[in-house]
Ligand binder design. Sequence first.
Ligand code: 173
Length: 320
Amino acid sequence: MKRVLCLALALGPALVSAPAQSQEVTLRVVSAFPENQFYVKRTLEWIEKVNKEGKGTLQLNFIGGPKAIPTFEVGKAVQSGVVDIGFTTGAFYTNVMPEADILKLAETSAAEQRKNGGYDLINKIWAEKANMRYLAKVVEFTPFHLYLTKKIDKPDLTGLKIRITPVYREFFQAMNAQVMTTPPGEVYTALERGVIDGYGWPIHALFDLNWQEKTKFRVDPGFYNAEVGLVMNLDKYKGLPVKAREYLDRQALGYEQQNDFWKTYNQQEAKRQAEAGIQTIHFDAKTSKEYVDKAKEIGWANAIKQSPQYGEALKKVLAK
Ligand code: 173
């Protein structure tokens, strides 16, 4: 401290304050999703672009996936500043605040939320309750599905053990499932050992983790809207030099604006599942409608119960 002060006095204010403005900032990024997942590959490509164009301004240093910080601890690590940026989904940090999981209920798009006050509300809540800045949503337009190793002919999961995250808990329990929470990285082993009879997961990215080998059925239709985002420690965000902060915001927005990608990708993934022998279970039209309506109804009822403070306000900007 003393030496720094002497140096500062010796150099004078002009020289000392200059580096603070021009200094390149490096931020530490971790992923709550396994490193071999396509999500991470895509994010690493984005990081490469950010680093290439951000020389002298901002650099992102990818630390790793759940081996570095366990899936359900990434939110806490961002909140406390152990890491700067987390690549994660709301369901993985309900241990920071229950509001995180409400983003799965979005029917408005990220682009719409930037305009209708949704993005600002999310950032107000994320700042207040999680000490986080929500930089961008980079997965959307993606339904979740119930995948099974055994056939069902009605939405009744009595006697079945299903892997979940908070995304699916209330909905699957309402169908009498016995539920078990695990991070994505533990699903394959649970399937292999017969510990679970199925799992909740998006329409895509099951091949990344080889789950097609152990999956026989997918229940259609899907429900909700998978959200994956980049969240940042708020103090770190606020402390960034203006140029670096604006650069990061711009790059994060650019990543979010690629989300139409998922629409075609998801069609390809559904096809790939069929080719891999995963059969779809369809209920009759009335039952299917009830299934989807029930998911939504239970989702919002739980959101409002979990967050009497913000549940309703989030519904205004997220639901349609
Ligand atoms: O099933 C999960 O692990 C989960 O909650 C999730 C959420 C968003 C994208 C992918 C998975």
